[in-house]
Design a binder for this molecule. Structure first.
Ligand SMILES: Nc1ncnc2c1ncn2[C@@H]1O[C@H](COP(=O)(O)OP(=O)(O)O)[C@@H](O)[C@H]1O
Ligand SMILES: [Mg+2]
Length: 229
């Protein structure tokens, strides 16, 4: 479902502040996997996720996602790919400031019962008509996740999606992600610092200084509900 070969990313190429952030990364994630990417801050995780999802151009290498060669798409095709093939939850949420959480979530989609139920279950109802600046980090993060879920994409990229959430909220969010993976075969690629999340993953990739230094297949995936948070 997601395959990269030897991808590199250099920021500010041929300038004084040139910075090589990805050093030739190979990735192969099958449909319906829950893949976690871990590694120290600054190791290149976010850059890798943005490259895999077509949000950031790579410097060299190849990427195929959902049978599409992401590297060679033209601008129109990249936009269509981002719109319909994938959904992305940003580390910094990236909500639109002058839209309420509700407007952010449904941006270009019909209101749905599934999302409305999650707004209640995740205790977001009281903030739903507020603007992002009036909300806590956790509320904004939940809205950013719901905005991604509203797309019903086959592939979900999440950059530290529980970074601003307490244990109970993390569990509630991850339970929904795991159901999507197990019931809908949604492919999930998720960056985290949370050890617990590796236990619910099928594949754990460790990145260090722009290299993939470890990859573990987890044959003993646990259910979110069975873990203590
Ligand atoms: N747009 C950019 N321009 C220049 N350097 C960048 C840019 N984005 C990220 N970097 C640098 O790339 C390195 C890896 O960043 P990042 O991918 O965000 O790491 P992580 O998500 O693992 O913390 C850092 O040194 C960061 O400063
Ligand atoms: Mg990051």
């Amino acid at each position: 479902m997601i395959k990269s070969s030897n991808i590199t990313k250099v920021f500010n190429k041929n300038k004084q502040n040139e910075l090589k952030v990805l050093n030739g990364i190979d990735i192969d994630i099958a449909e319906g996997e829950f893949c976690t990417i871990i590694g120290k801050s600054g190791s290149g995780k976010t850059t890798l996720l943005k490259c895999l999802s077509g949000l950031e151009k790579i410097t060299s290498g190849e990427i195929e996602v959902n049978h599409k060669n992401v590297v060679h798409l033209d601008k129109k095709e990249v936009n269509a790919f981002r719109k319909s093939d994938i959904a992305f939850v940003f580390q910094e949420y990236n909500l639109i400031d002058d839209l309420t959480l509700h407007e952010n979530i449904y941006l270009e989609h019909e209101e749905s019962d599934e999302i409305e139920d999650l707004i209640d279950e995740w205790d977001l109802r009281k903030a739903i008509h507020l603007f992002p600046s009036q909300c806590s980090g956790g509320q904004q993060q939940k809205a950013a996740i719901l905005r991604a879920l509203a797309k019903k994409a086959k592939i979900l990229f999440c950059d530290e999606p529980t970074g601003a959430l307490d244990g109970k909220s993390s569990q509630e969010v991850l339970s929904v992600l795991q159901k999507l993976q197990l019931k809908n075969q949604t492919t999930i690629v998720l960056i985290t610092h949370n050890e617990q999340i590796t236990k619910i993953s099928t594949r754990i990739i460790t990145v260090h200084d722009g290299n993939k230094i470890d990859e573990v297949i987890n044959s003993n995936v646990e259910l979110v509900e069975k873990l203590a948070w």
